[in-house]
Every structure is written in C-alpha cells, then in structure tokens.
Design a protein around this ligand. Structure first.
Ligand SMILES: NC(=O)c1ccc[n+]([C@@H]2O[C@H](COP(=O)([O-])OP(=O)(O)OC[C@H]3O[C@@H](n4cnc5c(N)ncnc54)[C@H](OP(=O)(O)O)[C@@H]3O)[C@@H](O)[C@H]2O)c1
Length: 332
C-alpha cells in the first residue's frame, strides 16, 4: 500500500487543504531492468509550487489536476535493478509526493548522509543554498563594504543570502515577519539589522534608518510593498535580484506597485529576474563553496521539520504563511 498526494483543484487565492487529495493505492511496485524502488524520506515544500498549482504559463509547466504533485525529495533506494545504485543508497531529485515510487534513475543525484544530514540536501546544500549563492553573486555582484538588504530574510533562501553577505564583508539588513525571526537574523545568522515588516508602519523610513548609506544590493524574495519601500533607498548602480515575489503568489488580480523605472533610471540601477536552473553549469562551484563554508562554521542553517507524509500539504500552506524558520521540510 502506498500513499499519494494529488492536486485536486487549482487554488483560487490562498490554497486550502481541500485543494489536495490523499490517496491510498495498492499498486504494483515491482521493478524491471534499469529501475529502482525508492522510499521517500524528506520532502521539500517550496513557494514556487504555488505557481505550478495554477494554470498560468511560467518557466515550469503547471501540475496536472488529479495527478501527483512533485518537488525536491530525498529518498532511500530499497530495491534496485540499476547498476549505478545499490540498496541503501540515498538519492535526491524532483520526485512525486508518494511514499514509495519506481524510478529509472535519471535526474537523480546520490547524496551522502555521512557528509551532511539528509534534509540539508533539500536546503543549504540543495536548491535553496544554490539560489542564495548564485543569485547574490551572479546578479548582485556584492563588494565588501556595501549594504545588502534581504527580504524573506528568515526563510530558506534569505537566511543563507544574508550570511553570505556577511562572509563577503557587507552590511546586511534582513526583513522578516515576526520579532522572533528578526532576533534570529542578528543572533543566529549574524545580520547587522533586522526589520519586522508586520509591525513597522513606515518601511521606507525603517530601511533608511538601518541603511544610512543607502542600499547597494537588494535580494528580493517577496515583491509587493516591502520591495517598493526598498526602491526609495537604493544607491547609484544598485543591483536588485528578483528571486521571488511570495507576497503576490496568492493574488487573484494583477498587483499594483510603484513604477520602478524612475528609480532605476535615476540610479543607473540594475533589476534582473533570477531562476536558479539557468545557472546549472555553476552548481558544482557553488556547492563546493557552500560546503566549505559549512565545514568552516562560517555558514549555519535552520530547518523547520514537520513529521508525517500526510502533513505535506499543511506544511506547504504553513510555509506560505510564514510558520517556518529557515527551510520547511517534511519528514515522511
Ligand atoms: N528564482 C529561483 O530560482 C528561486 C528558487 C528558490 C526560491 N525562490 C523564491 O525565493 C523566495 C523564498 O523562497 P524560500 O524557499 O526560501 O521560502 P521561505 O522564505 O523559506 O518561506 C517563505 C516565506 O515567505 C514569507 N512571506 C509569506 N508571505 C509574505 C508576504 N506577504 N510578504 C513578505 N513575506 C512573506 C514568510 O516569512 P515571513 O514570516 O517573513 O513573512 C515565509 O516564511 C520565494 O519567493 C521563492 O519563490 C526562487
């Protein structure tokens, strides 16, 4: 018997548990030559999945209705007829929300549980770590002494961006949604300042106060009014990395923002969209640097781990609502 989670409805506005279907199936899990049987260990729940739940055109195709949802998963090989894998190996890859599944071994990476905890392969040394490192370096081109602002700062990507900023000698300001998260930014992750956007009335002034010399690099995870407020504080030749826009993912109408053009023209500033998969050639180099910093204790990470495969949709909803600190992961 295996369990599967499917997309039942395309969410309108905020997704609900009723948009997902839980199925128990008695299916044939026998494998043929070249195949392996995987048992799910850890599931990554990510903001971009919200985009795939809608039918809108994007850089990844939408999920199909009544079909399993997929995301980054770490799984254990429990049977194999593929010479590249042996029983007991752990792999990561884009896999379906199923407790067990058959794979042909393509697009899987072996992961070593002796080098790092398995869950870390979905976060700091997985997609979110790569996003932080490559987005900041490739577009942000940070220089020591500059000021970096990070939104979504206490989340998976943001918490790593800020720490890399500190390693590179920047003044780092993080924006997050609770006092507890803001404390964590300075006490755990070494940021210089934190701003709670939920309790701050005038974000433009708060950023100005935290960044008296202006903002040189803005790593934008959220879009919306927070990012509008940052724009008022950018310096000449500022670089703005548009990594995500979680504040608008559930909007049912096209959101209105300030007009960015005058800010960009006046400051000769750069604003560029970033998708991590476009930088696949640089993954080995980025992974090497992230692992080195981890080993040297220059980098740390936080995870919110939810127990139970059945809780995967709820974990996704909770992450969208800011209940996570660091990377949100489900232990199946
Ligand atoms: N472009 C790429 O290749 C790529 C790759 C990975 C991730 N991303 C993007 O990077 C961003 C962060 O992803 P992640 O995986 O690290 O997620 P995350 O930050 O760990 O979790 C999402 C966080 O978003 C914040 N949030 C929710 N609603 C918000 C709102 N209305 N305004 C401001 N903040 C809000 C919540 O924190 P608070 O408590 O602070 O509100 C929540 O914890 C997302 O936009 C995602 O789409 C992009």
């Amino acid at each position: 018997m295996i369990q599967t989670i499917l997309l039942k409805n395309r969410p309108v506005g905020e997704p609900k548990i009723s948009d997902f279907e839980f199925k128990k199936e008695d299916i044939d899990l026998s494998i043929t030559d070249g195949e392996l049987l995987l048992e799910t260990e850890y599931i990554s729940v990510d903001p971009y999945l919200r985009g795939r739940m809608s039918s809108a055109k994007s850089y990844v195709p939408p999920f199909e209705l009544d079909k399993p949802i997929s995301s980054g998963i770490v799984a254990k090989v429990i049977a194999t007829k593929n010479e590249n894998y042996k029983e007991g190996d752990f792999v990561s890859g884009l896999l379906e929300w199923k407790t067990k599944q058959v794979s042909n071994g393509e697009n899987l990476q072996k992961v070593n549980k002796d080098l790092a905890p398995l869950s870390a392969y979905l976060g700091i040394i997985g997609m979110t770590g790569l996003t932080a490192y490559l987005g900041l370096n490739e577009i942000g081109k940070p220089k020591s002494g500059e000021t970096l602002v990070v939104s979504g700062a206490a989340g998976a990507v943001g918490s790593v961006v800020g720490q890399i900023g500190k390693i590179l000698g920047l003044n780092v300001i993080g924006i997050a949604g609770s006092d507890e998260k803001v404390d964590m930014l300075t006490s755990e992750f070494g940021f210089d300042h934190g701003i709670n956007y939920k309790t701050t009335e005038n974000m433009k002034e708060a950023i100005e106060k935290a960044a008296p010399n202006g903002v040189d690099v803005y790593f934008d995870n959220v879009g919306g009014p927070i990012s509008d407020a940052v724009l008022f504080n950018i310096n000449q030749f500022a670089r703005i990395i548009i990594c995500g826009a979680i504040s608008v993912y559930n909007k049912t109408e096209t959101p209105m923002s300030v007009s960015v053009q005058p800010f960009l023209v006046k400051n000769s500033a750069l604003m560029q969209g970033f998708i991590v998969s476009n930088y696949a050639k640089k993954f080995p180099e980025a992974m090497k640097q992230l692992s080195t910093w981890l080993k040297e204790d220059k980098l740390t990470y936080s995870e919110t781990i939810v127990e139970g495969f059945d809780n995967t949709p709820q974990a996704f909803l909770d992450m969208m609502n800011g209940k996570n600190k660091g990377k949100m992961i489900v232990k199946a």
